[in-house]
Design a protein. Sequence first.
Lengths: 496, 126
Amino acid sequence: MSMLETERTVLYAEGISKSFVGIVALQDATLSLRRGEVHALLGVDGSGKSTLVKILSGVIAPDSGRVYVNGREVSISTPRIAQSLGIGAVHQEVRLVPFMSVVDNVLLDYAPQKRLFMLPLIDWQKIEAAAQDALDLLKMSLDLDEKAHNLSWAEQQIAKIVKALAAKPRILLLDEPAYGLSDAESSGLFRAIRLLASRGTSVLYVSPQLSEFPSIADRVTILKEGKTLGTMLADEADARSVVELLVAETSQAMAIRESDRQRREFVSLVSHELRTPLATIRGYAETVMSRPWSEDIRQECLQNIASGCERLTELVDNLLDMSSLEKGTLRIEKEPVSLPEIARQVTLSRWRRMPKTHDIVMWFPPDFPVVRADPKRIEQVLNNLLDNAVKYCLDVETITVSGTVDEENDMVIVTVQDQGVGIVPEHQVRIFERFYRVPNLEIANVEGSGLGLAICKGIIECHGGKIWVKSSPGKGSAFSFSLPLHSDRLHGHGAE
Amino acid sequence: MTKILVVEDDRSLARLAQLNLEAEGYDVTICHEGRQAIADLQTNVPDLVLLDLRLPTSVSGWDVLTYLRQDHRLRAVPVVILSAFAHDQDKKQAAAAGANVYLVKPFGIEELLACVRGLLGGASEA
């Protein structure tokens, strides 16, 4: 706390924690209350608001934490001590004593010293006057001699406030005081609170509603799941920033639920992806055994079984890679590599396997720098990008693999450019998500695990690079990835 | 000759169905995508349709199924779904849309052939 803060602060609580049989109600909560301010304490039910009020008014003791009143550390172990420190409170669930009149109830709070022996000396007129003052302040009327159990809910609520006000506290803690009051009564209460504040009383106003605070509060503290998220000036605390603070942690909970949902969806999708190659293997195996087929057809069946197994293997490999990437355990064995050389090998081996497919043109500048990377993984990325370029082509077309050096960012960039169907912008970001497929593609024969680009992204990011796509529908796509140059270029092959 | 239309985007599975059905003496037509299937159905009325639900282009297997059940010439043609979606919900939805049988991949060849024979009244013509 700064000096100025200390001077203005009448109540300061820090590191307040409280658990009830293992349930954390407050965790390291901090609150400062300035002289003559209305301070709103906002939070949903169960966020710990009432617990904080009870701790500050001596109803319950905190497990840990310190409380300072007027700069002095205090131990508010009972309501009496709170009262002697000038702290008054209206609790949510604390009722009036039903068979006593309003004035008698006020008396309970009003006569602090040894009531039992002092009773004959109590100045009833003074107490009644104090209660009447409080009612006048609220601009409300109430029969002070009425027994509490004869009062309506709203009247009881008003009597509770009167009881707290009559003791003329310097620090007033109000736990949802407007609950059950009519609009007129509420605005009377708000007016009274402002008036009290202008006379130097500090008011902590606990509210579950966001709409209640702006009219009366100077500052706002947000409590969420037992933690104070922050304090801000009410002027700055427009509904949006408050909601943002409140929602911030909720979105974490939502993220957990979302990841749960994704996990279930993932299992469902994986089983779907496994079924197609399994159907091929089972189908052709049963077929080849069922009849005396010609040798050609037997060969065809066996080949289909083999390719089904290949697809399954690829899927399982991809799943393993994906899982390693998520756990952060994907093994990247970096060594100095020549990207043009890897590109050449990938292209050659593809050409050997599928001689009649697409033309692949390579363009790398001479003296393309050596980078440190895992050659197997980079090969995997390039193969994947080339697979996609072939899969999403419209007709026989040319695929270009090119490399550039981005001196400014100390990166090399490799781009695989096709002339295929292209991707509309809304899908360009999402295609790097696992199992994301561009819906309604006007192209047949597209199969795959749906993990390829997600894995590419993971591999490139493990290298400290980035992967992105530029595409226009109908004209083709360019997938690029960057890899950092670092100082490895200086060392070249000699570094290893 | 009994005509069967196979709508399946996976080429090896389409060929698998073709091999076995032709060996049983059926006349088999293959379509790898939904639009092609609907074009074929506009001129031809098969005796049975094998239909994959997930097809790659904008015309899905569901669309083909809907088309089959809306066209008065095709309404009675039995449809066998071949799908990798194994949830009961998918099966119920397919039944509601007018599918006769729902086979989950990987299905057995004998299972497929028995089902086709059953729907065609056991009459396989050589």
